[in-house]
Design a protein around this ligand. Sequence first.
Ligand code: FAD
Length: 290
Amino acid sequence: VVSYADFQNGLSLKPLSSLGIGGPARYVYEASTIEKMQELLAFSYKEKLPTLVIGKGSNILFDDQGFNGLIIVNKIHFFKEISPGLFTVGAGYPFSRLGIQTARKEWTGLEFASGIPASVGGAIFMNAGANGAETADCLVSVEALDPSGRKLSFSRDELDFSYRYSSFQMQNLCIVSANFQLSHSESARDRQLEILSYRKKTQPYSEKTAGCIFKNPEGGNAGALIEEAGLKGFTVGHAQVSTIHANFLRNKDAATSAEFKELIEKIKEKVYKSSGCKLEHEVREITPDG
Ligand SMILES: Cc1cc2nc3c(=O)[nH]c(=O)nc-3n(C[C@H](O)[C@H](O)[C@H](O)COP(=O)(O)OP(=O)(O)OC[C@H]3O[C@@H](n4cnc5c(N)ncnc54)[C@H](O)[C@@H]3O)c2cc1C
């Protein structure tokens, strides 16, 4: 049974996000089983505690004021092949590892995941994608918990997905596991290695970033628009447009969320002026109250 004594208090959110930005969280807990996640949600529901489930924090901008509630880090880590090409995976499982492991076994469908520093749950929530593929493509079903911890199952057809969108973004549900059906392909491993090597060459891979900050506008490319507006290297405080890939914004050192948000707004303004295009950001801004 969960109690307040189980939580870590006042932990900095910086190490919990790839941007390395954020103040303290009132409470933090790492959940490594579905049962524990159910108990935690039931507790926070009863206590009316603002609660946020995160994965690897690779698409999150926490606030300098931190988070005035409970951050649950999803560490539900199982991985099993239940029939040929059908994988059941815990939502805390590293998405990149899933892409590499399945490609090694000559299964195609998730090669694009290799190098995306997400959890499986975060990848489903964002419908992460690359190289013309996205998470929803080979998804069969998802198991999630409602805010009180009750288990729900969804088949792929019961969920909506589009570019960097899943219906989970409109609901308050915690994804705990998923099934993916992949097909056999002898060249899967080669393709996966190619994708990873291209990613490492073209992206600021070892910097503090959240991947692409802006969604690509229909028929366009956000990175190209930012570059055309002359913004590569553009800086607000310690937040900077990457000189390697213009759609990546980096925390140079000690950027604050205020600087980061200002950089995002300035880019939107300048790109609108130079191209007439309204960019929309993909990174999730988390306010102190959830
Ligand atoms: C170097 C780098 C490269 C990247 N490349 C790509 C790319 O090629 N393609 C791409 O699409 N993205 C890319 N990203 C962005 C990021 O990896 C994705 O958006 C990813 O899907 C986020 O997963 P996460 O587990 O880190 O989620 P988090 O950042 O932890 O969370 C993101 C959102 O999902 C919610 N969430 C997370 N887990 C759950 C869960 N179990 N249940 C319910 N809600 C949940 C959170 O509450 C939050 O709102 C990149 C990021 C980096 C840093």
